[in-house]
Write a protein of this length. Structure first.
Length: 212
């Protein structure tokens, strides 16, 4: 048999089956790379939506005055918090702060941003804070709607460390009822780049062999 599946949905299944959040009954996995999507686990089961489109969080508008997205809307989360958006923002910061590590780089790449952030560069920190803040706007809406406490982030943004999550959580707390956010945990997945293939494996094992 052949299965077609959304990578973010499979990431959620991978985290649920093999990750540190093993078998959390309710969980949201945000997969952030060049695009942004999410997979949802409700009552121990993947939630795909009526048309298998659940979790398209990358196209939730978080900045009404933001850039135009590939979908045609303005200010979608992908325009603020995808890896490409973060690189674009860093290049803008480099113009304003030429003495920063971002400004001194001959070719500003994702690795440049991570290295600058690790070195305590203020311009890089500002870029990461802004990206995390917009992520927090989107997460706040999900927390308020689904009341899910376990939120896991997967993808290259895991290299941005605690600062990225802290910025997101600060925004979530500002935008969500205290009673709903009190037990909310945002963490990085420890499955690395294998998270999607692990989720795909879990789906096949469950569908064909019934072992998971």
């Amino acid at each position: 048999p052949i299965y077609l599946a959304n990578d973010s949905h499979m990431a959620a299944l991978g985290e649920y089956t093999f990750g540190a959040n093993w078998h959390a009954s309710n969980m949201l996995v945000l997969k952030i790379g060049q695009g942004i999507g999410s997979g949802i686990i409700l009552d121990g089961h993947p939630y795909y939506g009526d048309g298998y489109g659940a979790g398209e969080i990358g196209h939730v508008v978080v900045d009404e005055n933001g850039l135009q997205c590939t979908c045609g809307n303005y200010g979608c989360l992908e325009t603020t918090t995808s890896t490409q958006a973060i690189i674009r923002s860093a290049r803008e910061q480099a113009k304003h702060f030429p003495d920063s590590l971002l400004g001194q780089a001959s070719s500003l790449t994702w690795e440049t941003i991570v290295s600058a952030l690790d070195a305590g560069d203020l311009a890089a920190g500002s870029v990461v804070h802004q990206a995390g803040r917009f992520l927090g706007v989107a997460i706040a809406n999900l927390v308020a709607t689904l009341n899910i406490h376990r939120i896991v982030i997967a993808g290259r943004v895991n290299q941005l460390g605690d600062a990225f999550i802290a910025s997101a959580m600060n925004e979530v707390r500002c935008r969500t009822l205290p009673s709903m956010v009190a037990d909310t945990q945002v963490s990085y997945s420890d499955l690395g780049s294998d998270i999607v293939i692990l989720g795909s494996s879990a789906m096949v094992l469950k569908q064909e062999l019934g072992v998971i």
